[in-house]
Design a protein around this ligand. Structure first.
Ligand code: 2DT
Ligand code: MG
Length: 212
């Protein structure tokens, strides 16, 4: 008998919301047959170009081209993701299509609207559950913040607005129901956030019907 399909659980949010920490905690909680992935995946050739773009503000690339690189970075990992899930492995993912659309659309470039930004990601494996972490307190004193492209408060605010627009539009962009759960992490400790996330994961119908 083949394994039941694994689950793809996505954690999204602005910078500095604790996504990476929570992804790692969730991976551990879900147990051995769970893989952690993050986008951008800077380990591939395309990912290295993305890395250069992010760390070097003088690296000039048309915004459309940068957007397509982020999307291509997901496409080059799509078969890997699908095969893992088909093998019964779970995947916890740190950023994915929502970040791709929200960060690009936040640039407010004519023609690069939400629809345009989403179109090249259409057809990628869809998450079974998306958790969107929201921290309403600014903690931009976090070490290293401001070193990469996009890491400034005014741009983050624009990205935040695009995330919400995208969630509102989701019904028309997505052909099936792929619920986004907003998780308010303001003032919470790492443990409190991980408990909130664990409760949501366990209560999710789609996911709790599987093996964990
Ligand atoms: P990290 O700080 O998480 O490494 O992200 N981004 C991310 C995009 O602009 N488009 C995308 O498709 C993705 C996945 C978010 C680095 C920055 O890259 C942005 C922050
Ligand atoms: Mg970052």
């Amino acid at each position: 008998m083949s394994n039941p399909r694994g689950k793809l659980i996505l954690i999204e949010g602005l910078d500095r919301t604790g996504k990476s920490t929570q992804c790692e905690i969730l991976r551990q909680r879900l147990g051995e047959s769970t893989t952690l992935m993050k986008f951008p995946d800077r380990t591939t050739a395309i990912g290295q170009q993305i890395n250069n773009y992010l760390i070097d503000s003088s690296y000039n690339l048309p915004d459309q081209a940068a957007h397509l690189l982020f999307s291509a970075n997901r496409w080059e990992r799509n078969d890997y993701i699908r095969n893992k899930l088909l093998d019964g492995e779970n995947i916890v993912m740190d950023r994915y299509v929502y970040s791709g659309v929200a960060y690009s659309a936040a640039k407010e470039i004519t023609g690069m609207d939400l629809e345009w930004c989403y179109s090249c990601d259409r057809g990628l494996v869809r998450p079974d559950l998306t958790l969107f972490l929201v921290n309403n307190e600014s903690n931009d004193n976090r070490e290293g913040f401001g070193e990469e492209r996009y890491e400034n408060n005014s741009f983050q605010e624009k990205v935040r607005q695009q995330f919400y627009k995208l969630f509102e539009k989701q019904a028309s962009l997505n052909e099936d129901n792929n619920d986004v759960v907003i998780v308010n992490v303001t003032g919470c400790t790492i443990e409190q956030v991980s408990e909130k996330i664990w409760t949501i994961v366990q209560n999710n119908k789609e996911i709790s019907s599987s093996t964990f």
